[in-house]
Design a protein around this ligand. Structure first.
Ligand SMILES: C[S@@+](CC[C@H](N)C(=O)[O-])C[C@H]1O[C@@H](n2cnc3c(N)ncnc32)[C@H](O)[C@@H]1O
Length: 164
């Protein structure tokens, strides 16, 4: 994603890692930032290490500014990595797109990674690359906010875990 939409990153962090009064310790959120000065930068929020956080936007604005300027926060860090490098490290890759196979019928395997576009969508070359390693999955015919998609995926994973 381009610079300037850290609000979209914040919404994604909130929906991927937070429940009511609890953090999902088994979730890692990655955002690949494409804005200046030296793109791409991967922002990582690792639920297993995350400390000293709340859910409000101001808290996260401070944390993101801190780590993007080279300082530390437990469980939050940045590193030089492209989306393609990140995808190559993963086994079960699912690219979120309305035209994909319905998620209800898909076997998600262990440690799946879900790749979503931002408010503009996934760049074509990244989507084509990701699809060499994984498949397209759909949450239905309606286009949702990326953060809403993350909430839906967590709900589906929770349901599957409860039913097993
Ligand atoms: C707000 S949408 C992107 C909208 C953008 N205008 C586009 O055409 O790609 C953000 C991301 O959410 C995901 N998404 C939204 N609705 C979806 C759905 N019904 N099924 C699967 N993924 C969805 C896609 O990964 C999309 O790139």
């Amino acid at each position: 994603m381009e610079a300037g939409r850290l609000d979209v990153v914040y919404q994604g962090i909130l929906m991927s890692l937070f429940m009511s009064h609890a953090i999902r310790r088994d979730v890692i959120f990655h955002a690949v930032l494409g804005g200046p000065p030296e793109p791409p930068v991967e922002l990582v929020v690792d639920g297993s290490m995350l400390r000293d956080v709340r859910t409000d936007e101001r808290t996260w604005e401070d944390i993101l500014r801190k780590v993007l300027s080279g300082r530390r926060h437990p469980g939050v860090y940045v590193q030089k990595k492209s989306l393609q490098e990140l995808i190559k490290e993963k086994k079960s890759v699912f690219v979120l797109e309305e035209s994909g196979e319905n998620i209800k019928t898909i076997e998600l395997g262990e440690n799946p990674i879900f790749v979503l576009g931002d408010q503009i969508g996934l760049p074509k070359k990244d989507e084509e690359f990701a699809l060499r390693y994984g498949k397209k999955v759909s949450l239905g015919g309606r286009e949702y906010l990326a953060s809403a998609c993350i909430g839906i995926i967590n709900y589906i994973l929770d349901q599957r875990e409860l039913i097993l």
